[in-house]
Design a protein around this ligand. Sequence first.
Ligand code: PMP
Length: 411
Amino acid sequence: MSALPPLLMIPGPVEISPAVAAAAARPPRGHLDPVFIESFGAALGDLRSVWLAAPGSQSFAVPGGGTLAMEAAATNLVAAGERALVISTGVFGDRMAEMLRRRGAEVEVLAAPPGAAPTAADAEAALARAVARERPFKALFATHVDTSTGVRIAPAGFARAARRHGALSAFDGVCATAGERFEMAEWEADLYFTAAQKALGLPPGLALWVAGERALEARRALPAPPPLSLDWEAWRPVMEAYEARRPAYFSTPATTLVAALAVGLAELLAEAPAAAEAMARVWSRHERAARSLRAAFRALGLAPVPVSPELEASTLSALRFPAGRGGELVAAIGARGVAVAGGLHPALAGTYFRVGHMGSVTRRPEALARTIAAIAGALAGDGSSAAREAAEAFERSWTESAPAAAAGSAR
Ligand code: PMP
């Protein structure tokens, strides 16, 4: 006999919608099945829409996770001996730098203390310095939201700075895609990659990315190809074929997950007739959930790890333990039926915990209220006045930030 799983409020995997769960529970189809071909083709087209990417870009859905998408980015964009600039706001930026070093690249890391972030002006200065020394960077890599610190950067400024100095820009959107504003074509970003299990609202198991024309050209111009299983050029004909509604084979696609992806992406894009408007609604419901939860966190005296409000992500909150509390709080919240996560950043070990608030849960205020009740109960006692005040702070902010009339029609 198995108990029901807890409400999944860690920063991925997350709660999934009933339609996605139903798709993921169906018996698997083969990769040559016409129904599968149609879902794969539709999903690839919809990825471009969710990214707000240009028509000449190529979307990819490959079995794996965010780490695989990162490694594919490192090995397809940069050759041994070339220079890369990494903007690091936590563990995942550091991971990207390590992958690029293992690739043989010469890596410069622009980092800030945990909770802070380098600015686009810092990046611009580093890029300009490199050009002045005639040792320009081939590419800039940045993490849109670093899950280890809860820090969000604004990618537009970094993408534009890279462009101005002849460098490609690649963004890790694993903890941001579909939760935070990203306009790939408008910002002239070259690569945005993610994984299925976060704000896109799927079970884990897919690495997803959209590569723009300059990024695809950079791969073709590499002096030596990347490892075969990571090679965009090995996967690209498969993606092109399915998008043209023809099957193709390089390595077996994750058919069940791809079918669920098609459902999940269609659900997002159904929020409005045009993709830009649908995504604006998706981002703003994440913003609303984050804002309302934070009103409750403030009422509970929980301080965020990010050092300023504009650095606080909409997809997760990294919260410092109050004095005298630690890891046992995470277990006490779990005992109340809500899974939250401990910290991940080694420099902050034992000082904070993390609450994910992305994907379908942002449509479910009752689930968000349950999360507040569990955290408040574990902190201050169930039914305490502090717990009541936190619940009221959440309700007030949720009500005050209701979208204007029509936006409420979101499915
Ligand atoms: N980048 C970021 C920002 C992440 O949050 C994660 C996962 N937490 C990854 C990369 C790696 O993804 P995965 O665990 O799917 O390999």
